[in-house]
Design a protein around this ligand. Structure first.
Ligand SMILES: Nc1ncnc2c1ncn2[C@@H]1O[C@H](COP(=O)(O)OP(=O)(O)OP(=O)(O)O)[C@@H](O)[C@H]1O
Length: 297
């Protein structure tokens, strides 16, 4: 499907508010008036400073926490309506928590990944089939199946944890900082994989991240959170043009955006909308090839 093709809305949230505790005199909104939609096969990033409400917001998506007020529709059905099957929602909206390896607790990798499908009511053989498929698509080879999850590297543990959610065949995969604590290679491996899976498995992906570079490279749409509110919801390119406003809320555009800005100030004919290293490389090589604008510097 092309990026411009009409995409169906899978989830829609209207004016979500969330207050952790009403015991104190001062009601603190962890999420304040947030509305959003998630379309089929869309890759959405959520970014914001620490405590801005990202984790709280995504836990609404699979019903793990219930909004203090507001509505969420999954395939046009109100998930807060009476009798709604929350267990099913949790399988359809797979949430991978921060440091998911802390939740790997079974004796070996295969058994761990079987946990979700078994919980869905599949028998042993069906669950194993799902688990094998999920492990194969995150590139965990068969000789790892009988290993203890604790024998794996950081990146491998993450991939096994993601497989545990994929084995339930979710329509939306929600990842809370899946690359936290990984080295650059581990980070790229995870995000490249997730990006491929979005297409091959026809899933929507929601990625909570602290890295502007990562969201610039991977996501179609970015939601920026600040103090519980959604302050931007647009393509990364459009949002990064507002880098001054991002700075005011403790964020910044990707480093390359600032480098391009400096080069433009020096007179280089570069597009303001460059937000990734790859785009910068292309543009600068293009200039060198045409020797355009370089003589004057
Ligand atoms: N279990 C909780 N009880 C009370 N307040 C909480 C709880 N969890 C989070 N909060 C508060 O809710 C607000 C939003 O927190 P949240 O964890 O959603 O932010 P975040 O953007 O995910 O932060 P981080 O980037 O550090 O993960 C913060 O003020 C936080 O202190």
């Amino acid at each position: 499907m092309t990026k411009d093709a009409k995409k169906d809305i899978i989830m829609r949230a209207e004016k979500l508010n969330y207050i952790y505790s009403r015991d104190t005199a001062f009601e603190h909104y962890a999420v304040k008036d947030v509305s959003f939609d998630i379309k089929n096969e869309e890759f959405i990033g959520i970014i914001g400073h620490t405590g801005s409400g990202k984790s709280t917001l995504i836990q609404h998506m699979n019903g793990l926490i219930k909004a203090t007020s507001g509505k969420i529709f999954f395939h046009d059905t109100d998930i807060y309506s009476e009798g709604y099957d929350m267990k099913k929602l949790r399988q359809k909206v797979g949430l991978v928590f921060q440091y998911p390896e802390h939740q790997l607790f079974e004796i070996d990798v295969l058994t761990d990944v079987c946990f979700g499908p078994k919980n869905q009511g599949l028998d042993d053989e069906q669950a194993k089939e799902r688990a094998r498929y999920a492990l194969s698509i995150v590139d965990i080879p068969e000789n790892f199946y009988k290993k203890s999850p604790f024998e794996l590297s950081g990146g491998q543990k993450r991939r096994v944890a993601i497989a545990g959610v994929l084995a339930m065949k979710p329509e939306i995969l929600v990842l809370d900082e899946p690359t936290a604590g990984l080295d650059p290679r581990g980070r790229d491996e995870i995000l490249d994989k997730v990006s491929q899976l979005r297409e091959s498995e026809h899933m929507s992906v929601v990625l909570v991240s602290h890295s502007m570079e990562d969201v610039a490279k991977y996501v179609d749409r970015l939601m920026v959170m600040s103090d519980g509110r959604k302050v931007f919801d647009d393509t990364p390119k459009v949002i990064f043009r507002h880098y001054k406003e991002l700075e005011k809320i403790g964020l910044s555009a990707p480093q390359i955006t600032y480098i391009i800005k400096r080069l433009r100030e020096e007179g280089l004919d570069l597009d303001e909308g460059i937000t990734t290293i790859e785009e910068a490389r292309e543009a600068i090589l293009g200039l060198l090839k045409n020797n355009k604008g370089l003589d004057d510097i």
